[in-house]
Design a protein. Structure first.
Length: 208
């Protein structure tokens, strides 16, 4: 079973990663504003499924590497730690996001006719190769030679559920009232917290 403090670390990174504004947030918000709450919820659920699929493939792949080549896994683990440090520094140096969700009337009408939340949510996650790299870096910090199938299921479930819940909340809020300004104003704070935590997580590998 996954140790609770490690699970908390994983959950915290997933929460902070979800909170950080980016392309996925833009798609969920636009689909909610111009397609209604049902399209927003569909986008959120399918995005979570796409993220969980990447997480599952990554967890299974790391398991195979551990069995076949412990040396290669050690390399992946340290390379992952280095990548997390890079992401952490990048997040610490980030500035406020400038996401624009305004549409003119003609574009809004076209969106109403073409929005498919199930398709959009899944594709925005599945067609993002950075997710695979991120999960490879992240999961290599949590999976070891003794990691059970149950631990991998917990990791993948945590990633998928947190992602889905966050974007369901976003769709719910935007179908009832705008909260974007607060998120935009605090995006740099979220990035700095996330960046600090990623660096601390990477340092854990070096210390051990």
């Amino acid at each position: 079973v996954m140790e609770f403090h490690l699970w908390l670390s994983l959950a915290f990174i997933c929460v902070m990663g979800a909170l950080s504004p980016g392309p996925s947030l833009a798609v969920v918000v636009k689909n909610t504003l111009f397609g209604g709450s049902k399209q927003g919820y569909a986008t959120a659920i399918s995005h979570g499924a796409g993220v969980a699929l990447y997480a599952a493939l990554t967890a299974l792949g790391i398991g195979v590497v551990i069995v076949q080549s412990p040396l290669l896994f050690s390399f992946i683990q340290y390379a992952g730690a280095a990548f997390l440090v890079y992401l952490g520094i990048k997040a610490l140096m980030s500035k406020k996001q400038n996401l624009d969700f305004k549409e003119d009337e003609s574009t809004e009408e076209i969106n109403k006719q073409t929005i498919n939340g199930w398709r959009d949510g899944f594709l925005i996650a599945f067609l993002n190769p950075k997710l695979a790299i991120f999960f490879l870096a992240l999961f290599s910090q949590f999976v070891d030679a003794n990691a059970s199938y149950q631990q991998k299921v917990i990791m993948v479930s945590t990633v998928g559920i947190i992602d889905t819940l966050w974007y369901l909340i976003v769709a719910f809020m935007f179908s009832r009232g705008p909260v974007l300004e607060k998120l935009k104003r605090n995006s740099h704070v979220i990035d700095k917290i996330t960046g600090s935590f990623l660096i601390l997580l990477a340092a854990r590998i070096i210390v051990n």
